[in-house]
Design a protein around this ligand. Structure first.
Ligand code: ASP
Length: 363
């Protein structure tokens, strides 16, 4: 991208942020730029604090998803030494408002863009609140070997020491690194760390070091534009084709605690949810009142997955809860919010607990 963007580009970016639905039309094409031999990186912006604008005073009060993507890129002079960057304002929302409809649209758009010969890699800017869920959804639905990197920030774009520009530059460095492609899978870059979509989890509400991979650790690190990956592990690609899906099956999460009641489970069953993920205590355990309600839900045909509210470690089958007897599924190392993503997609294929358990063991 030409980083010498003028008033017209800036106005376009503001108009895009203000006019929902107009986003797909506002694309700054890299192919207009002179071919420099650099890799072509397509930047899809969805909003978040990385595009947030703060009050500029203490305490900081801010709105996520307020700045257009071109303005974000303008703040990073070094970016066009790494790549030719094209930008598209896909949305401009706080990621707390991410929903199934946007996931389906985003997955389709990512697949379309990656299919283009003139795009080598894709970077998605995203709010950090639900970044881990979107990353995993894309991991399960994007059919391309080209790198896809999600990136966010914890401080709004106009705050002192805003972390967005460095994170975005790091994300582009990872996107163009030749080893990224050989690793495969959707990744996220934050605070100098590279993460796989599956294990990534937000661990701080305010710190710029907001993410961790509690089970398997970061995939690598970025420092001064250099990317250092850890020794290789495998990534199995089993895709869900969502190209023609209008909606995803309804799956809710029920949080376990001491003296937990059956009320939330009953409400989900009554609302005809097809699946329930338990954010259990310990190894996916649950108060007996809740257990009985989950067993009843499973008997009524609702698919029940046991995950854990604990940060790391797997939920293992048939330890303190007899999954075999109840027809439950154990989530392994997927946290409840990611178990929900996989269960939504699994339910588009099957309702059979054995088959769904097998997917949880593979993906
Ligand atoms: N609420 C913001 C969001 O997820 C927080 C962030 O981006 O850090 O969009």
């Amino acid at each position: 991208m030409d980083t010498g963007m003028g008033m017209l580009s800036w106005l376009k970016s503001v108009a895009t942020a203000l006019l929902p639905g107009a986003n797909d039309d506002v694309v700054n094409e890299a192919d207009e730029a002179e071919d420099s031999g650099l890799p072509a990186v397509y930047l899809l912006a969805t909003g978040g604090t990385i595009a947030g604008v703060g009050s500029g005073a203490e305490p900081v009060v801010y709105r996520a998803g307020a700045v257009g993507v071109e303005t974000l890129v303008e703040a990073i002079p070094g970016i066009n030494q790494l790549a030719r960057v094209s930008v598209e304002q896909f949305a401009n929302i706080g990621s707390q408002d991410m929903d199934d409809a946007r996931w389906l649209k985003l997955s389709r758009r990512v697949n379309e863009v990656l299919a283009r010969d003139d795009v080598d890699a894709l970077v998605v800017t995203h709010g950090t609140d639900t970044l881990e869920e979107t990353a995993y959804f894309l991991d399960l639905t994007v059919a391309s070997a080209k790198p896809v990197i999600l990136v966010g920030a914890m401080r709004p774009s106009n705050e002192i020491s805003a972390d967005g520009p460095a994170n975005l530059l790091d994300a582009v460095a990872v996107a163009v690194n030749p080893e990224t492609r050989t690793r495969g899978g959707i990744m996220a870059v934050m605070h100098g760390d590279v993460f796989e979509a599956r294990d990534l989890v937000k661990i701080s509400t305010v710190s710029p070091q907001a993410f961790a991979a509690p089970n398997y650790g970061p995939l690598g690190h970025v420092y001064n534009g250099q990317v250092i990956f850890r020794p290789q592990s495998g990534h199995e690609l089993e895709l869900f084709d969502v190209a023609t899906l209008e909606a995803l099956p309804a799956v809710g999460i029920v949080y376990a605690h001491a003296n937990a009641s059956a009320v939330p489970v009953k409400a989900l069953v009554e609302a005809e949810y097809q699946g329930i993920v338990l954010a259990g205590v310990g190894n996916g355990n649950v108060h007996h009142q809740l257990l009985e309600a989950l067993a009843e839900a499973a008997r009524a045909g609702v698919v029940v997955v046991r995950a854990s509210r604990v940060l790391s470690g797997p939920v293992v089958r048939n330890v303190e809860v007899d999954d075999e007897r109840y027809g439950f599924i154990a989530a392994g190392t997927l946290n409840p919010q990611k178990a929900r993503v996989l269960l939504q997609l699994a339910l588009t294929r099957t309702r059979e607990p054995g088959e769904i358990q097998a997917l949880f063991e593979r993906l």
